[in-house]
Structures are given as structure tokens and as C-alpha cells.
Design a binder for this molecule. Sequence first.
Ligand code: MG
Ligand code: ZN
Length: 536
Amino acid sequence: MKILIQKGWAYCLISAALLSCTTVDSVKPETTQVKNVIMIIGDGMGPQQVGLLLSYARQAPHSVIANRITALDRMMEQGRLGISMTYTADTLVTDSAASATQLATGKFAGAEMLGLDKDGNFQENIIEKARRMGKSTGLVSDTRITHATPAAFAAHQTHRSHENSIPEDLLATGADVMFSGGLSYWLPEQAGDKNSELHQQLVQMTGNGFEIKSSRNDTKNLLNIAQQQGYTLAFNKAQLQQATGKTLGLFADSGMENGIVETQNRGDALHVQPTLKEMSEQALEILGRNKQGFFLMIESGQIDWAAHRNDTGLLLHEMLRFNDTLNAVLDWAENRQDTLIIVTADHETGGFGFSYSGADIPKPHSLPGAAFADGTLFQPNFNFGNPEVLDKIYAQQLSYHDIFSRFDKLPKDRQTPLKLTELVNRYTEFKITEAQAIKILATEANPLYRAGHVSLGEKIVPKMEVNGAFFVYQKENRENLLAQAVSASQQVVWATGTHTSTPVFVFVKGEEQTMRLFAKILHHTQLGRLAIEALQ
Ligand code: MG
Ligand code: ZN
């Protein structure tokens, strides 16, 4: 009886609280309007990749993250968290084009299409809508501007691979700032000819910071068209930082530098290529001048590339680049009530995780607690992973891709398993043996390594295999195999070379009434619609 009364009483209290809460809401004196929406997409940044950043920040003995507080921790001090499903209209798993289309239009899309709904109808994207409202718009990515994610916010194409047509769509949509890599998709075929006047001109214009070539199969010079449309061009950090208005910034021939290279050059004022953070800061500086507000999409796009390759060290540096960029955005928006920041991913890549194993099980050891006072030793059954591995992951000096590029540049007769062993062991903390290198190279076209089986002296070593169905990028298989070779010592597993359907996080920070709408289990089409509605 007593319990029942207490229950009833508590219920009344809750009802009263709800009632008073509703009353407070209805007489809320002022609702600040959202003027600016900044959407930050970590491509491939599923909960697992966020987890790597958080593990590193909190547990690495020598974490480089100040006070071990990530930008996501900062965001969640006043932010809200939702989760979102990323599937397309008719598939379980999405690619970046469909996912970003769903975010940009709020409509279900088909895999690998840009700016179209599932049936192939043109759909207005958030940049086009924002422009109609008189707002400024921007796209920033550390991949290339014609790549799936930025393209989905401004182009309409039946396939993401139409990178010759995407620049023209980008110009037609006319975002005020576009900062990324991918210059080669804007240059006519003849630009690649080192003797041509155009080539010389471009070398001058770009400050000779990177290779000038063309990825086009026609003679269109889209830089000229961009200039006719009022864009100022920027090709390096100095030019970026002078930009004040409508600017097309193309800072690499194709993809921009990777996260490890960025870490190594962070803080170098003379470094030619701007960082994702620097591009984002300049975009905010320019777009923030519009009193009507703006929409800005920032992509930390190489998280996905690192994860496709199962390159854990590179992945960590990509997450640090994301963290740096988000910190800068939070600094810019500090004390602003008119700006909504949305951080999400288009999907998870790689099925990454730290995992406990039966390898290198720690030895039985004594513990100081009372339960062990009689001298009983604590005996673990498994190896749950030592946080010191996080510092070793951070210490990687070259991406797997760059290690293999160096390997490929050697004369053919020096491309031996021993040489690969030396390279891996020089640039990473996770050492491999020559026998492992033989297995990694067993799939190569190089006749030194016969497919099927390879010989190591007298012994026949079976080749190491990736699960072909899910490791679809053959050129990257050697990197996937290297990841498998160091898996136990890294304490890391990778499930796939492609994407997974794992729901992704949605971090939001901004005006309370708007922000709370995102704190749900969403689908990316809903998330896209909420972003569009927030702008209106
Ligand atoms: Mg992308
Ligand atoms: Zn991907």
C-alpha cells in the first residue's frame, strides 16, 4: 500500500514537471533564428572511427590532444546527439554519392547517383535552396571538389564517375566558395603538355606547388569559365588567405595531402597546400559576411580512404585532421546563437575495431587489492589490448599507400619482399617479417611472386588472401593484406574493404529548439530535411 502511494505521488510530480516545462516553453520570450548551417561530414566516420579518436584522446599515454578533450567532447557540452541510418532507397548499404545526395536533398536516392532521387529525377539540393533564400553557400573538402560528397551537394549526374561533367554542374549551381583538390578536372587536355604555353602559365599561377595535368577528355578550360562567372582563383595557401569573395580554390591536381602528411606540416606557415582547417576558416570568413546567412558543407573526406585501405595509422591522423577542423568551426561559432553545426558521417567504412585476442596474453601478475592479498596471481584469459598501442599507431610516418608507392618506384629487381619488410619496418611501429611480406606480395602481377603459392627458400608459403567479395579495389589489396599482417600486434580488426550499414552519429550544436529535433533515431533523408528546414 505504502509503495503504491509513493508511486502515485512520484507520478504527480512528474506530471507537474512536464506541465511546468510545457508552460515555460509556450511563453519562451525569444526564439533565436538559425541563420547559418554548417554541416561537417566525416566520410566513413562511423561510431568506430569516432571511437578511435576518443580512445586515442583519453587513453594514449602521449595523446597530442590538448587536455584530452576532443572537438566532439566540446560540442557535446551543450550539444545534442542523434543517430542516423544511411541506407538508400533500395539497398542495405550506401555509397558516398547516394548518402550525400540524401543529406543534400532530403530525398531517397539510388546508390552512386548524384543529386537525383531513386528514379533518377532531378532534386533541388540545399545549396540551390539556400541561394534562392539569398544566403551564401560553400563547399570544402580535403578530397577533390568533383568527388562524390561535395558533388552531391551541387551536381546532378546519373553516376558519380562523371567527373568531366561535374565541374560544369558546380559552376551552374554557383556556390560562393569551393575549396578542395581536383584541378586536373578543370583543365583542358593540352594543359598536360609541358611545352604548351598554358602549362607554363598554370605552373606560374599555382606557384609550382603541385603537378599540372589534365583529367579531362576535351579541350574545355573551365577555369576561364569560372573567372567569367566572377570567381577568383586560388591554388595555394597564400592565395587562399587573401580570398575575400567568390572563390574557387583548387589546391591539388587530384586528392589533397593525406592526414599523416598534414600532421607533419601542421603549423608550417610556408607549406604550400592549405589544411582542411585553414580552408574551413577562410570559407567561414568569406561566407560570414552575408547578413542573410549561409550554408557550408565541410568534408573530412579521407577518413573513408584510410578505412578502405584498412590503414589504422592513417585513419587516426585523418580523425585528428577532422578534430582540428571541428575545433576551428566551434571557435568561430563560439557564443553565436544564429549558427547550427551538424556533424555526421555518410556511412561507416571498413568495419574497424579494436578487439581482444588470444595473442600475447599478459602473464599472470599480482594485484594490490584485498582479494589478491593471499598472493593469488591475476590470470587473464585473453589480451584485451594495451593503450600503449595507440601511441604506436600515431607514430606511423607514411601511409600504406605511400609505402607501396616507394616500393613501386624501386627498379623491378629490387622490389623484393625483403625490401618491403624494410620499408614497412622503417615507417611504422608494427614490424613484419620477410615471410609476411612474401604473403602480402603474393597477389601481385610482379612475376617474382607467383600467384597461388610463393616460395621462401625451400618452404612453400600459401598466399595470404582477402575475402574477395568485400575487398573490391584490387590495387588496394596489398594494403588490406598488410593490415591483416599487423592485425594482432595492432589489436585491430577490419571486416571489409568497403562500407557497412552501421548507423552513424549526428552531433548538433546551436539554438535549443532546433537542436532538439535532431536528438532521435533518424534516417539521412530526415536529417537532410531537418537541415533544410533549419535554414528556412
Ligand atoms: Mg567523400
Ligand atoms: Zn568509401
